[in-house]
Ligand binder design. Structure first.
Ligand SMILES: [Zn+2]
Length: 368
């Protein structure tokens, strides 16, 4: 089995991580004190971390999302957003993430008067500071931003326009998130049309808590290039008792077109989208060579990191360095950063990083 140290050292790429789902518990407490937010359930760091985890692990996407009230509650000031975004970059870099696309809904940060653009500018400033600090610490990371529109709100066009305005400053795409049931992707068609007219990028939370129709609409109407989660695509795959497998039309399309699946194993267990890591559809999809990527979703609420997610997969399925590298290259190929930047990261960071670790592993094996 891979050691945690090896997994941490291995270069990783992250496509699906929420800024408001990855705060340090101590920072939540600091910011609450600083900005007079008095609704936290506790001001003890360990208790608060445990509270978030308990609140998230209730087998329902709707209940899972309730915990965001407090992280969003302390993200209403420019300096708070900058601090959280900078710490996000530093934490990911320390975990061995070489490339990250971190998403946030700027519309959630406007309660105290910030505009969408001011909120977005603060995120990008934080990413700049955090990645500069990480590089200085010998852990370079490329940080990119995805702008999310919330399903329950009716601001998706305005949010899409904001995403496009910041495209040359670090925003690489547009996303829709929030409760899935009752909010099909086509409800936001105007926003998706706008993004496509601008030749910009779309990923959509689809097939997480809701089934195939949501995935179908995301791909065939909204124009999603990637699927946030997409786990329910297994509903279109038949595994017969004799072991033979048949893909339905939609599953075949997803695999044939190499549609990236932004899979978040622990988060799916917590929202009830999968019963356990061992039973997570990621194993079947990986074996069938769908374009599987591994992601954290919400590091605070799910109590995970990229390293812990890969460790959990290695424990359940013995994926080893080979599959870890395959999923990392899948992620880099699917990233919304420009082609030349993706190629540089694959050839100069990912491949040499894994080659180096494999050499170290074989040295251990021959001396053992
Ligand atoms: Zn998500």
């Amino acid at each position: 089995m891979l050691t945690l140290d090896t997994i941490r050292q291995a270069p990783k790429a992250l496509l699906h991580d929420h800024l408001d789902g990855g705060l340090r518990p101590a920072t939540v407490i600091d910011l609450a004190r600083e900005y007079g937010y008095d609704r936290l359930p506790t001001t003890d760091v360990d208790d608060l971390a445990a509270w978030f985890r308990r609140g998230a692990d209730r087998k329902s996407l709707e209940l899972y999302l309730e915990t965001f009230e407090h992280t969003v509650g302390v993200l209403q000031e420019r300096d708070a957003i900058i601090r959280v975004a900078a710490e996000c970059a530093e934490d990911l870099a320390a975990d061995g993430v070489a490339y990250a696309e971190v998403r946030m809904a700027p519309e959630l940060m406007t309660e105290r008067g910030l505009t969408l653009d001011e909120a977005q500018a603060a995120i990008l400033e934080g990413f700049r500071i955090g990645s500069t600090n990480a590089t200085a610490a010998g852990k370079p990371i490329v940080m990119r931003s995805i702008v999310t529109a919330m399903r329950q709100a009716a601001r998706s066009v305005e949010v899409a326009e904001c995403a496009v305005r910041w495209r040359d400053a670090g925003v690489v795409g547009f996303d829709v998130a929030g409760p899935e049931k009752g909010y099909p992707p086509t409800r936001y068609q105007d926003a998706f049309d706008l993004i496509r007219r601008e030749n910009f990028h779309i990923t959509i939370h689809a097939g997480e808590s809701f089934g195939l129709p949501s995935i179908w609409e995301a791909l065939q109407f909204a124009g999603a290039e990637r699927l946030g989660h997409g786990v329910r695509i297994v509903d279109d795959i038949t595994v017969r008792p004799d072991g033979s497998i048949e893909l339905g039309r939609l599953a075949a399309f997803v695999r044939d077109r190499r549609v990236p699946l932004e899979m978040c194993p622990s988060s799916n267990v917590h929202t009830g989208a999968a019963a356990s890591i061992a039973e997570h559809p990621i194993e079947l999809l990986r074996r069938l060579r769908f374009r599987v990527t591994v992601n954290t979703d919400n590091r605070l609420m799910s109590g995970v990191s990229m390293t812990s997610e890969f460790a959990a997969l290695d424990e359940a399925f013995r994926i080893g360095l080979g599959e870890m590298e395959w999923m990392t290259i899948n992620a880099m190929k699917s990233a919304f950063a420009p082609f030349d930047e993706r190629l540089r990261l694959i050839n100069e960071v990912v491949k040499p990083g894994y080659a180096h670790l494999r050499m170290a592993e074989s040295r251990v094996a021959t001396t053992a």
